[in-house]
Design a protein around this ligand. Structure first.
Ligand code: SF4
Length: 708
């Protein structure tokens, strides 16, 4: 079925939650509401949907929380008042012009989202880098995948997931680390489950300090101490070398750096590694055996590796396992990062980050800047990297930034050490919030509010975790005066008197974007909406129309995107950089997702069925630790770090290691209390290269809450 079947008002689209990118069939009812089901013919999910996807129509049909018209206030003590689009645009353009003239273009910033469509990202990036003349545009994808991006670039020469989902059914060993796909990427995990059910001999290794639902499928669970991932990966690398499981021919012909790597992984014995990781030596031997004997080996990871002060090194140490075994570019093999957001990939394709340019070009590359500048015909593209996510809020705090425009994200729940972000918005001279919902805390600080169209209310494209680009049709009208995000950005650009923002449709924006990818590694210059509508999805690169489904798998010719065309086996240090526990803060806190909520719950939190699974935030704590603190199940506990405090009920469980505690990351303020917010206590320390925060490791204390 094409994107729309006119006769029965059925449309095909893509789920707007996680990076799996499941296909949905949407029925538009006569009363303007929608119903949906999984698309049986979609290559990703084959008709399946998880609990979040299955309930997506409720979030669309319930308009009770929607922003309906632009709002504005002239000073911070006034309430927001309804204004026309033109008044809101006029004021915003005037304020931006004033700041840019007075303090320079780097005094303003945009903070966007991996939920934005590719076309929206494209015009935003073009506006900021090509016309305003600053690179201060970053997104919440910085909090999510940036360590994986750097890992891929350093080892494979490009931000490129090599495999496709169909490799799942061809693999016979999965090394799942720093991920709980059973809850967070459920449809992919169902494919792994089905594959295991049909082929019980395949091996699944799960690495996680917690016993999660994903562990129930595992042949081996390595319950490591938080932060010891590199030491474990090195120990496995050492055993693969010692036991002859490496692919000497592949290493010699298609990689560089093996000798230094081999030397580094022999720095610790297996027994030393086992002790530091807090697991049995025999388990490491077994993991190496499973990986070494596999014909098809997939390493699968997400936030447990990425959200770390050593996130890039963790990624590199993992990708190395695929490289030394030659398990890349072949059916059923490869490193496979699971993207958290539906279009973080599309955002990077158009260069929508502080250090990137369209077509995965690098801002630091003079030739790349010139190419894009010539194409756009705007101002000189600045060589200075823009502020990344955490840097944006630091710069608002110290006054370097005057204005911030927040699009489709909720930093007052999602930023690490979130009170700094709150202080930053208090201090900001001018805050624009572009949103669909009237719930986010950011609205309290907004000087101007732009109501945006949501999923199914606008058209555009997204790219999922396997480089698969999907077309999402507009199916229903947005409520009130809400407009598509791309239209809002283009209206603003025109108000600023910038040329090149007169797009008649999203299709025209996409066309311009595809032209800029020509001759890059992600080339989709042969792609357009008509092909996407006819074929539903294609995987990049898509250089020729004859490619049909695009490029299923990368590196099948063993030629990588590095200058030497060889993959780089990077040697990395195995030290820690996170805040360590001490007498005052003796526990390690790790944070993560729960099954039925997504991000800061602005959509999933509207669905009563989803709220029933886990209805309130909680702290997972080991029963022995609880006993030492005189805690019983459901006792109210205070979790403190050097940055703040959280108060939730204790959940005693031996699914977590002793001395480690876990908080879900979804909840923000509830009834004016912000004590549910995990990010009150998390650390804003970042990886020095990827600038991704250390969400998965900080030192906290836990005590029973006593009423004052
Ligand atoms: Fe949506 Fe992800 Fe669930 Fe698929 S797995 S239905 S993309 S939330």
């Amino acid at each position: 079925m094409s994107a729309k079947n006119k006769e029965n008002n059925q449309f095909t689209s893509t789920c707007c939650y996680c990076g799996v990118g499941c296909g949905v069939v949407i029925n538009k009812e006569k009363n303007g509401t929608i119903t949906l089901e999984g698309d049986q013919n979609h290559p990703v999910n084959r008709g399946m949907l998880c609990s979040k996807g299955l309930n997506l129509h409720y979030t669309v049909n319930d308009k009770s929380d929607r922003l309906l018209y632009p709002q504005m206030r002239y000073n911070k003590s006034m309430p927001l008042q309804r204004v026309s689009w033109d008044e809101a645009m006029e004021r915003t353009a005037a304020v931006f012009k004033t700041f840019i003239e007075k303090y320079g273009p780097d005094s303003v910033a945009f903070y966007a989202s991996g939920q934005c469509l590719t076309e929206e990202y494209y015009v935003l990036n073009k506006l900021m880098k090509g016309f305003i003349g600053s690179n201060n545009i970053d997104t919440n994808s910085r909090l999510c995948m940036s360590s994986a991006v750097v890992g891929y670039k350093m080892s494979l020469g490009e931000d490129s997931v090599p495999i496709c989902y169909d490799d799942i059914e061809l693999a016979d060993c999965f090394y799942v680390t720093g991920a709980n796909p059973a809850w967070c990427h459920p449809i992919l995990w169902r494919r792994v489950e089905a594959h295991k059910a049909a082929n019980p001999e395949i091996k699944i290794i799960v690495v996680d300090p917690r016993i999660t639902d994903s562990c129930s499928l595992a042949d081996l669970h390595l319950q490591i101490n938080p932060g010891t991932d590199i030491i474990l990966n090195h120990a496995i690398g050492r055993l693969l070398i010692e036991n002859g499981y490496t692919d000497a021919d592949f290493i010699a012909k298609h990689t560089e750096g093996f000798e230094a790597y081999a030397e580094s992984v022999f720095g610790k014995t297996i027994s030393e590694a086992a002790e530091i990781c807090g697991i049995k030596e025999v388990s490491i031997h077994l993991a190496a055996k499973y990986i070494g004997e596999a014909k098809g080996f997939i390493s699968m990871w997400t936030m447990g590796l990425n959200q770390s002060a050593i996130g890039v090194n963790k990624n590199l140490s993992l990708i190395n396992l695929n490289l030394i075994t030659g398990k890349i570019g072949k059916p059923g093999s490869g490193p496979f990062s699971l993207t958290g957001q539906p279009n973080a990939m599309g955002g990077r394709e158009v260069g929508g980050m502080a250090n990137l340019l369209p077509g995965h070009r690098e801002l630091s590359n003079q030739q790349h800047r010139q190419e894009v500048q010539n194409f756009w015909g705007g101002t000189v593209i600045s060589p200075n990297p823009g502020f990344t996510a955490t840097e944006i809020f630091e710069a608002l705090n110290d006054g370097r930034l005057k204005a911030i425009w927040i699009i489709c994200t909720n930093p007052l729940t999602s930023m690490p050490n979130v009170r700094l972000a709150e202080e930053a918005l208090k201090k900001a001279k001018f805050v624009v919030v572009q949103e669909i919902s009237n719930k986010p805390e950011t609205l309290k600080f907004a000087d101007v509010v732009f109501p945006a169209a949501g999923w199914t209310e606008k058209e555009g494209t997204m790219t999922n975790s396997e480089r698969r680009i999907s077309y999402l049709p507009k199916i229903i009208e947005p409520p009130g005066e809400a407009l598509p995000d791309a239209e809002i950005i283009c209206r603003f650009a025109r108000k600023m008197n910038f040329k090149g923002f007169d797009f008649a449709s999203a299709s025209e924006i996409f066309k311009e974007h595809t032209k800029l990818t020509a001759k890059t590694n992600i080339d989709i210059s042969a792609l357009d909406y008509s092909i996407l509508k006819a074929q539903k999805t294609v995987q990049w690169p898509y250089r020729k129309k004859s490619l049909q489904q695009g490029t299923v798998r990368l590196f099948t010719d063993n030629r990588f995107y590095t200058p030497s065309k060889k993959a780089v086996i990077k040697t990395v240090l195995d030290g820690f950089a996170s805040e360590q526990p001490d007498a005052d803060f003796p526990f390690v806190l790790t944070t993560g997702r729960i099954r039925d909520q997504w991000h800061t719950m602005s959509k999933t939190g509207k669905v009563s069925k989803l709220n029933k699974h886990i209805s309130e935030p909680y702290l997972e704590i080991h029963p022995q630790d609880a006993a030492e603190l005189n805690l019983a199940d459901h006792d109210l506990v205070t979790i403190k770090s050097r940055r703040g405090e959280v108060r939730v009920k204790a959940k005693l469980t031996s699914n977590i290691k002793k001395d480690v505690v876990f908080l879900p990351m979804h909840w923000g303020k509830i009834l004016n209390s912000d004590l549910n917010r995990a990010n009150n206590v998390t650390n804003d320390l970042v990886d020095p290269v990827s600038k991704e925060p250390d969400f998965k490791f900080c030192a906290v204390s836990v005590s029973k809450y006593k009423k004052p």
